[in-house]
Design a protein around this ligand. Sequence first.
Ligand SMILES: Nc1ncnc2c1ncn2[C@@H]1O[C@H](COP(=O)(O)OP(=O)(O)OP(=O)(O)O)[C@@H](O)[C@H]1O
Ligand SMILES: [Mg+2]
Length: 133
Amino acid sequence: MSVRTGAAVNLATNAAHAIGERGGTITIRLEPAGAARLRLTVADDGCGMGADIKARIFEAFFTTKELGKGTGLGLCLVHGIVTSHEGTIGVRSALGEGTRFDIFLPAATESKHRAEPADESGGKMRRLSAAST
Ligand SMILES: Nc1ncnc2c1ncn2[C@@H]1O[C@H](COP(=O)(O)OP(=O)(O)OP(=O)(O)O)[C@@H](O)[C@H]1O
Ligand SMILES: [Mg+2]
């Protein structure tokens, strides 16, 4: 699964939980955001979060769901994957009003990811030889 799809699925699952059985609106958008960057937005008008919860959502195993319903790893994984691809993730939320996640990624994330092992060793070797001269 691509970075963009994985993040969208994870955030959309959370959005569906936030809306619950009452129903609501989930918006998923992927659009250009400046030079060679893309913005993935997932927004919902569900339960929202207070500042205390919002401050902890990217922690591993942090969940407000009842035992057996959530691992608390979803956003931790999304955050790790996004930052490892030189992306950023931001969140805005208000209790009772909803939540909006914005992820910014380099437009070429997928091809870059496939080329990573070769690029990395090449980069290290170049840095080593530069340091020894
Ligand atoms: N869209 C949202 N609206 C309200 N609260 C949210 C939203 N997304 C995340 N949260 C809060 O952040 C917590 C952590 O989310 P995360 O995805 O990491 O774990 P989880 O959803 O609880 O478990 P899992 O992803 O393993 O099912 C959630 O338990 C919830 O309290
Ligand atoms: Mg989740």
